[in-house]
Design a protein around this ligand. Structure first.
Ligand SMILES: *Cc1c(COP(=O)(O)O)cnc(C)c1O
Length: 465
């Protein structure tokens, strides 16, 4: 136990220049804690006979404490490079925002604003007006409401229009979205009762008609976002459901999930149901995510008939589910881009990534390859190869897009080990593994990230010497 006594004091480590520099980057408590953890780990290693003379050199201890300090100094939620190729990656924050949305956000973060201040009267106004006319213009709806996410939107609609009543849904549409969002569970929580109709693969209009009773409040259609029923299948359109609901004085509601505002099939993607079509078909309320195919901030958008939306605005749940100024500022800027399609295709990052031509992606991969080869390591092999990437986030389920990737091999490291080092390093880089190779997908990479990738890979190679 002689060795234990030789461990340096926390104060002495704090004075080492490599560690002291972190004090300007992070609160002292965090740095002290990181040093204590390093020393504690060493104590454990000594007791277990895993640490010897060499591990106790002051410089060695400083080096491992500095690594812990770097981790402690960095924020937990931070920038990462998406080389996975999934454009709407929920784990990586879904949609990166357009520049105009960034500017609006920066303004809203720093200054006071007109969130709910009525400029005409000087009194308190309404926070929904900033996006209401835009959303009505884009979708043809009479009124809109924005809440925290689409799960909240679904909950609010069911609670407002269906509490204590029956909601009829096709068995083919009882979906589970990632993160334990299941239509039957949401229904129960909302106070509405689920009434399932049809079969998993086929549901007919008469199934809904025969299920309607005096207790029925809503006919609900849910978009099969993240799966497809193919083959002998049939579902009932929102147009047919709207007519049927109208005949019985009940509501027709469409949960679209992704909610496309433009038709991406013009770029070779499959046709997603569009919000404006559901409104034109007569739906009373339609809901969709702000951060899926819209490419905006996280939120749930409800559009529909004024009388129906007004009911929801009066529901006390709306207050609990409401969004803040950051969401409204980013959403307004995002939606404005949809008024000009040319601008939208260039400036909305998600739509740009989804519609980009594959030879552009290939060229980008080739430029990145050259940049990485400039690291001049004989351990490193970089190839540009054709592959397929996913859209993600339940949008355009089961759709794979042609893409190009760069495949990186580092001699002496397995693909898993390389992936882990790049994930755990700084800058943080995520990729995918296929056929024993680590891949970075050019579809979701940006030119201004090349330096980050190079420095992340450079660090990995350096550590191997
Ligand atoms: C994604 C999705 C949701 C959940 O939306 P969030 O914005 O993630 O809360 C709900 N319903 C459908 C059909 C979806 O695709």
């Amino acid at each position: 136990m002689e060795l234990l006594k030789r461990l340096p004091k926390v104060d002495r480590l704090l004075e080492a220049p490599e560690i002291r520099s972190y004090l300007t980057e992070a609160p002292q408590v965090l740095i002290v804690e990181a040093i204590r953890e390093t020393l504690e780990q060493l104590r454990t290693d000594i007791r277990n006979g895993k640490a010897g003379e060499a591990d106790l050199a002051f410089e060695t201890i400083v080096r491992s404490a500095a690594i812990q300090c770097a981790e402690a100094a960095a924020r937990s939620l931070r920038r990462a490079v998406n080389g996975v190729g999934i454009v709407l990656h929920t784990g990586m924050g879904r949609a990166p925002l357009a520049e105009s949305a960034q500017a609006a956000l920066a303004d809203a973060i720093v200054h006071y604003n007109t969130l709910q201040a009525d400029r005409q009267t000087g009194g308190r106004g309404n926070r929904y007006i900033h996006v209401e006319s835009l959303l009505c213009r884009l979708t043809g709806a009479e009124a809109t409401l924005v809440v925290n996410n689409n799960a909240a939107a679904t909950m609010l609609i069911l609670n407002t229009l269906g509490e204590g009543q029956e909601v009829i849904v096709s068995r083919g549409e009882l979906v589970e979205i990632g993160g334990a969002f299941r239509i039957p569970d949401v229904m129960r929580r909302s106070g509405a009762r689920l009434c399932e109709v049809g079969a998993t693969n086929r549901t007919h209009l008469k199934d809904y008609r025969e299920a309607i009773t005096a207790e029925t409040g809503i006919l609900l259609k849910v978009h099969q976002s993240n799966y497809r029923i193919i083959g002998f299948s049939k579902d009932v359109s929102i147009a047919e459901l709207s007519v049927l609901a109208g005949e019985h004085g009940i509501y027709a509601v469409d949960d679209l999930g992704s909610g496309a505002l433009i038709d991406l099939s013009r770029w070779g993607l499959p046709k997603e149901p569009m919000v404006q079509d559901s409104i034109a078909a007569g739906a009373d309320a339609v809901c969709f995510s702000g951060d899926k195919l819209i490419g905006g901030p996280q939120c749930g958008i409800i559009v529909g008939k004024k009388e129906v939306i007004d009911k929801m605005k009066k529901n006390p749940l709306t207050r609990a589910l409401r969004c803040g100024k950051l969401t409204f500022s980013a959403l307004e800027a995002t939606l404005r881009l949809f008024l000009d399609e040319k601008q939208l295709l260039v400036e909305n990052p998600c739509i740009r990534m989804l519609t980009e031509q594959v030879d552009e992606i290939k060229k980008r991969c080739q430029r990145l390859r050259r940049r990485l080869l400039a690291l001049e390591s004989d351990r490193l092999q970089v190839d540009v190869i054709a592959d397929r990437s996913e859209v993600g986030s339940g949008a355009l389920a089961a759709v794979q897009l042609d893409t190009f990737v760069i495949a990186i091999t580092v001699k002496g490291l397995s693909p898993d080990a390389l992936a882990r080092k790049l994930r755990m390093g700084d800058p943080i880089v995520f990729g995918r593994i296929k056929d024993e190779r680590f891949l970075l997908d050019g579809r979701t990479l940006r030119e201004d990230e090349f330096n980050l990738i190079r420095s992340a890979l450079g660090r990995v190679l350096l550590e191997m010497h």
